[in-house]
Design a protein. Structure first.
Length: 416
């Protein structure tokens, strides 16, 4: 079923949203992007005469009640954005009466699902090495089913609109779908947009396709890099992971971040790129600092010849130009991971050059997908959010989707 075909009039919809918003020490929301992201789905259900039971996690309470992670703190914000009162249920497993009494247009918000260990389905208080662990896990999986079944009993249909947790096989993101038939479960509008955006860079590709992978470590991105090497025309590797490549070629990298046990992985990436006819673009010069701080002394030097006592913190001017040239003319662009320590204003020029080039190519008709917390933060920092095609709300979920993995939250609905 799709959300656009479903008739919500008179129906109760239980919706998995991602209301895991950041809060300050007074419980005030500091960034409401995730709530805003869910609004199109929620408003659609209400406008068509349906009612809503909203469920989400917040933080990592590890199966215990923790008032600091209570969703009661966001009730007013959700209510204000939806333009209708929201009734809070302080125990997600005790909403039977309120759910049964829901009338069209009414909204319930359930307390943090992760106050119950069943949501994540991991046994608590027992070590994996314990001989009793397997039994405990089996028992937990059984109670996870009961937990999900109970949530399902509140509603006529299930919508998953929480892309950020779609890579998790949790009670509310996947198991619950077993208790609805195919005609009564669907992806939400945000989720559909995310799936479409991933499809644009994985199957529906317009060429040339340029991917930019950055960040601190090659090890955390290797799965994606390998998958992309089968798809892209050019792959720009930037940020801290650069220095593992330089080291693998015998470069002097001073104090730069490096994974000495991944030198062969770096060389393997280069080999695979060659075999697949992918142009691998690596930096040639770096802005180096004499400490890991914004106020470090800095100089520019070749990335293969960084003096002792200095570390590569940003892409140098020649590299920035090389990256911008590589992005120019692209028709599909994927960016994950900054090109330097962009959090320090003095070392943000590399990431800015990448962001500017992406905005320019998008303006010329490219489809650009930006994903992963840090690259999204970069785009926002440089004020370019409205000049790229799509900013994903999913960190881990997006990366796993790009690695080519099936996301349990999507498979549970689409049956793939
Ligand atoms: P990741 O979590 O692997 O995507 O890495 C993101 C982090 O990498 C950001 O916080 C950046 O500050 C950091 N980063 C980027 N370039 C460098 C670098 N040259 N040295 C150290 N950290 C870096």
């Amino acid at each position: 079923m799709t959300i656009n075909d479903y008739k919500f009039a008179g129906k109760k919809a239980i919706v998995r949203v991602d209301f895991n918003v950041p809060l300050d020490e007074n419980g005030k929301i500091t960034d409401d992007t995730r709530i805003r992201g869910a609004l199109p789905t929620l408003k659609k259900v209400l406008e068509e005469g349906g009612s809503l039971i909203l469920m989400s996690h917040m933080g990592k309470p590890k199966g215990k009640v923790n008032p600091k992670m209570s969703l009661s703190q966001i009730v007013d914000a959700v209510s204000e954005k939806l333009g209708t009162p929201v009734v809070f249920v302080d125990d997600c497993q005790k909403a039977d009466t309120q759910a049964a009494a829901l009338k069209p247009g009414e909204v319930l918000l359930l307390e943090n699902l992760r106050f119950y260990p069943e949501e994540e389905g991991k046994p608590v208080g027992i070590d994996k090495a314990d001989p009793a662990y397997d039994e405990a896990k089996k028992a937990m999986k059984a109670s996870q089913k009961d937990f999900a079944k109970h949530l399902a009993s509140y509603a006529d249909c299930y919508i998953n609109d929480a892309f950020g947790t779609a890579h998790r096989k949790h009670a509310s993101t996947a198991v619950i779908a077993d208790y609805f038939d195919a005609d009564n479960k669907m992806l939400g509008l945000l989720m559909e947009k995310e799936v479409q955006a991933v499809d644009n860079v994985l199957s529906n590709i317009k060429r040339p396709f340029v991917a930019i992978m950055g960040g601190s470590k090659v090890s955390s991105k290797i799965g994606i890099i390998e998958n992309l090497l089968g798809k892209v025309d050019k792959l720009i590797l930037c940020g801290g992971m650069t220095y593992t490549f330089m080291k693998a070629h015998g470069g002097n990298i001073g104090n730069s971040i490096v994974e000495l046990d991944k030198l062969d992985v770096a060389l393997g990436v280069e080999d695979m790129a060659k075999k697949n006819g992918v142009e691998l673009v690596l930096g040639v010069d770096s802005v180096v600092g004499d400490k890991f701080a914004n106020d470090a002394n800095s100089q520019i030097c070749p990335s293969m010849a960084i003096p002792e006592g200095w570390e590569g913190l940003d892409a140098g001017p020649e590299t920035r130009k090389k990256f911008a040239d590589a992005i120019k003319g692209a028709k599909t662009i994927l960016w994950n991971g900054p090109a330097g320590v962009f959090e320090f204003d003095n070392f943000a020029a590399g990431s800015k050059a990448v962001a500017d080039a992406i905005a320019e190519a998008t303006n010329e008709g490219a489809f650009s997908l930006i994903g992963g917390g840090d690259s999204v933060a970069c785009i926002n920092k440089f004020g370019l959010a409205d000049q790229v095609s799509y900013i994903s709300t999913g960190g881990g979920a997006l990366l796993e989707a790009i690695e080519g993995k099936v996301l349990p939250g999507i498979a549970a609905i689409k049956g793939e």
